[in-house]
Every structure is written in C-alpha cells, then in structure tokens.
Write a protein that binds this ligand. Structure first.
Ligand code: VG1
Ligand code: CO
Length: 543
C-alpha cells in the first residue's frame, strides 16, 4: 500500500454555509471535489498527525463512498485512528458524543440535514472540533482559504473496508474502529434522564408516535424508545434509514411532517408525537391535537428541565438564536438566568457551553440542545419532554396552556420563500439594509418601528465578531420581524421571514397563530416587498 499525491486545482463554491458545505450530489461526484474539501480541512488542522478522527453520516446517497475516500485520505495524512459508525452511519449528535467520549481531535460529519437526499438530492460535509461542536468561524474560514489555493491531496491506494462489520481494522497503518453507532449515545441518554420513570409511563399505557422520516434517527429511536424504554413496537414509524429518505424532505415542520400532524390531530391520536430531521439533530413535539412551536418548546424545556436528573441542580444560563422567539427570555428573566442571543447556526453556542455560561440552548428551526454534547439533539429533546411528562403527569396540551398562562404567549411564525431568484433575494436584503436608518420611527399600518438593525454578534467568550446575520426590526408594540437569507439551501436562494408578537391576555392564547399574526405579515410585506420582488404569491413553507 502506498500514499498517492494527486494533482488537483481549486473548485468554485467551496465556501461552507450555516452548517458546512452543502451541494448537489452531482457536484460532490465530480472528480476531486470531495477530496479537495477534505484535504483543505486536514491542511487547516495543526495536530492531525497521530490524531483520532470520528467519521460518520446520515446515511444518504454517497455517504458510504465518501466515508471510504475520507478514510484513505486520513490514513495518507497521518491520522492514527479513525472511529466510524457501522455502515458509515452516525447521527450528528451521536458524532458529537463520540468525539467527546473518545477524546478525538475532531470529526467529519456527512450530512445535508433536512435537505432532500438521493442521487438528485443534496450532500454535505462538515468538520466538528475537539469539543464535539461545529468548527468555529476562524477554522471554516481557514478551510475555505485552503480550498482556493489547493494543488494536491494525499490518499492511500488501499482497498475499501467492509463498513458493515463492527470491529477493529487496519488501513495503510491507520487503525479503523467500526462501532455500533447507537451504543455510546444511548448510554449518555441513560445517564441524563430517568429511564425508569419513562418506562413506567409507557407501561401505564401512554402512547407515542415517533416519525424518523426514513432518516438517521430510526435506529436510535428503535433502540432507545422501543428497546430500552419499552414503548410498544410500532411507536417508531419510518424507522429504516433510506439513501433517498424515501423521497421525502426530512425537515420536521407542518408541511414536510404532515403525516405525523394528521395522526396527532386525527381521531384516536396518541398522547405524544415527535419527529426528527435527516441527521437527527432537530425535533418537533406534538401532543394530542396540539403542536408545540419550537420556540415554545425551548421555553418549556428551560422552565421544566429541573424535572430531569441531569438538570436537577438548575441551569447556568440559556441561549437562543436571534430569530428565535422571546418566549425563553421570559423564562430566563423569571428564573434569574443569564440569556444570550446568538446568530443562526449551532456553532455560536459552542463557546458559551464550553465556558459553562449556559446549559441549554435552541433555535426556532426545531433544534434544542444542552451541554451534554455540542450539537443540537433531536432525540435528547424528545427524551427530556418524556421525562417532563412522566414526572409532571400532565398532558402536552396542559403543559403548553399552563406555560402561556404563567409567562404569556409569544405568537411566532416563520415564512420560507424557497429556491427564489438569487438576484431577487439579494435585492430584498440590499434594499432593506439601505433603508434601515429611515425605518426608525416609521408607522406602517398599526405598527411603529422602534429599532431597525443589521444583527451583529460579538462572542462574549473570545470576542470574535460576526456581522450581517439578518435584519431585525422591532416595533413599539414589542412585535418583531426578522429577515435573513438561508445558508443551507442549494437551489437559488431561500429567504426566511420570522414574525413574532407577544400576547399576555389568556383569553387570546388559543387563537390560531396565522390569524394572530395576519396584520404583522402585511406590515412585513410593506417593508420588505418579498412577495412583490420574488414574484411569489405565498411562502413555500409556513411553520
Ligand atoms: C437552517 C436553520 C438553522 C439551523 C441550520 C442547520 O439554517 O434555519 O437554524 O442551524 O439550518 O440545521 P438556514 O441558514 O438555512 O436558515 V440542520 O438541521 O442543517 O441540521
Ligand atoms: Co439537522
């Protein structure tokens, strides 16, 4: 076996977005495309020689081929040991858990998360650092810079490994440990939650449906919910990961997870419903006849986390991304907890978690997590909810109503305009940015603008500044709107419009969200002209 040095040259468009590099599969299949990016990661790491790396992905099309290429490149670049999930599988939170548990230098995660999979779908790759979290911006900038000047990569000419066989292998001098992708993660979950209590809950007849959407959480949910916690067989649906995710779009929201919504709002609905996304880091929570908006879920978890053993001593602090609703702020205030507002993307929570400033964090896009790993964690959130339900004995709908009664309700919606013309999207953002100053004081229908800003974040731990993170407009009524361009889409551009208003009056808490926010939607259109400029009559997804 030998190390080959392959000549190559830079490719356009290898700039990592919100969570790594995401492109069409066909792009990744071009000769040297993946290898260029992987070598650019390796060249950006100081301590690669002799290190341990974790490798795994969400099982989508091209996952296995990519793992084989990365293993051979790791061996050629002097990595001492690779830890790989069986068949190349690892959910994003499980990868984070494994990196931390085995003291690895970092890990390479293959996923495009919620983006559709299959030969004509998307593929993605990202690097996670020693703490188990997404590479910080300084590192992703260095990786991008390397992709622009790359002229060679190193790869072993060894044969492919059989990834389906758990055990120890050697690849051109590098140790490759193929592990059960669920075991370490399941053990961690067992240490955080009261599995006995949750088992009793299921024993008492409590019914649940978990929709794995044919993506990576299937094996995890089967093993933990049906295996360790004794939920009846059939609790987990669509639990077999498929290379094309069954042709679906595993973004757990009311549109793409409609089947679950139909069950939970239908006759004879189970007590509890949940779904996860492609790579297992997101979750949605439903009760019988009710949906818990992700921003509310974060607030409810923050308010009740002490019911689970791992958080019994209370929380150090909480954080949310800027577009996430202010529901969790009210809990933080009531409990006297520090609250941080970060840009979109999990990487910004890492420093706060590492520094012990927060124990819990989340995003409006259905991601919640804690200091147990450094990624958002779908199944973890579901288990925390189960622990809260088991401990409180309440139904999901009661927990929600009680929460709003105590803290008031933050009505919240996100409107996505997917795959719009890039120039139209840029025009929306540019003209909004240009009118920020003149917006302050302007009255639009019943709302008056008090703050209009281009969100910029200074990391309180290392002082790093991230600017242009979305336009945020606050009104006198305390209503708020945010507009940003997605960093994960792969077709044209995706614009996200986030709208929020606060309702203290309990008699109005049962209003439909879209009805409650109807007027604000029109105010936002007047200010942004999104519909006019993109030529869309309505958003592609309302969540
Ligand atoms: C989206 C979400 C963001 C999330 C990111 C990665 O990013 O809005 O909150 O962190 O996806 O999540 P964007 O830039 O498209 O808005 V994921 O599950 O890909 O795991
Ligand atoms: Co995801």
């Amino acid at each position: 076996m030998a190390t080959l040095t392959i000549d190559t040259k830079p490719f356009d468009g290898q700039k990592p977005g919100t969570s790594g590099l995401r492109k069409k599969v066909s792009m990744f299949q071009q000769a040297n495309y993946l290898a260029n990016f992987v070598q650019s990661i390796f060249d950006a790491l100081d301590d690669l020689e002799g290190a341990t790396l974790v490798i795994g992905g969400d099982g989508r099309f091209y996952n296995e081929q990519a793992v084989q290429i990365i293993l051979k490149m790791a061996a050629a670049n002097g990595v001492a040991r690779a830890i790989v999930g069986e068949s190349g599988l690892l959910s994003t939170p499980a990868a984070s858990c494994v990196i931390r548990k085995y003291g690895a230098l970092g890990g390479i995660i293959l996923s495009a998360s919620h983006n559709p999979a299959g030969e004509n779908g998307d593929f993605g790759i990202k690097y996670n650092a020693k703490n188990g979290g997404p590479a910080p911006e300084a590192l992703t900038d260095a990786i991008f810079k390397n992709t622009q000047g790359i002229n060679r990569y190193l790869i072993s000419d060894a044969d492919d490994l059989d990834l389906a066989r758990i055990g120890r292998n050697s690849l051109d001098g590098m140790t490759v440990d193929i592990i059960n992708p669920v075991a370490d993660y399941a053990e961690l979950m067992q240490n955080l939650f009261d599995f006995g209590k949750i088992r009793s809950l299921f024993k008492s007849g409590f019914r649940m449906q978990f929709d794995a959407m044919h993506a990576i959480t299937g094996p995890y949910a089967h093993a933990i919910l049906e295996g360790m916690l004794g939920a009846p067989a059939g609790t987990v649906v669509n639990g077999m990961p498929l290379k094309d995710f069954g042709g679906g779009h595993p973004d757990p929201n009311p549109v793409y997870a409609k089947a679950l919504f139909d069950v939970m709002f239908g006759e004879n609905a189970p007590d509890f419903g949940a779904a996860s996304d492609g790579d297992g880091d997101r979750n949605i929570i439903l009760g019988r006849g009710c949906y818990v908006a992700p921003s509310d879920s974060l607030a409810i978890i923050a308010a009740n986390a002490q019911l689970a053993p791992a958080y019994g001593d209370g929380l150090k602090g909480v954080a949310r991304s800027m577009p996430t609703s202010g529901a969790v702020d009210r809990v933080a205030q009531a409990k006297g907890l520090p609250l941080y507002e970060t840009p979109t993307g999990w990487k910004f929570f890492g420093n706060l978690l590492d520094a012990g400033r927060i124990s819990l964090c989340g995003e409006e896009s259905a991601g919640t997590g804690s200091d147990h790993v450094r990624e958002k964690d779908g199944l973890w959130a579901v288990l925390l909810w189960l622990n809260i339900l088991a401990e409180s004995g309440k139904a999901v709908s009661d927990i929600l109503a009680d929460h709003w009664r105590t803290y008031g309700r933050n009505f919240y919606t996100r409107h996505d305009y997917e795959a719009v013309d890039t120039s139209a999207a840029d025009d929306v953002m540019a003209s909004l940015t240009a009118q920020l100053d003149s917006l302050v004081g302007r009255q639009v229908s019943s709302e008056t603008v008090t703050i209009a800003e281009d969100f910029s974040y200074t990391d309180p731990v290392d002082g790093a500044v991230s600017s242009n993170q979305g336009i945020c407009i606050v009104f006198e009524s305390s209503a708020r709107m945010v507009v940003r361009k997605s960093g994960t889409g792969t077709e044209g551009a995706t614009l996200r419009l986030y709208l929020e208003s606060f309702e203290p009056d309990e008699s109005r808490h049962t209003l439909d969200t879209q009805v409650a926010l109807e007027a604000l939607v029109e105010v936002a259109e007047t200010i942004t002209q999104i519909r006019a400029k993109t030529g869309r009559e309505a958003p592609s997804v309302v969540s």
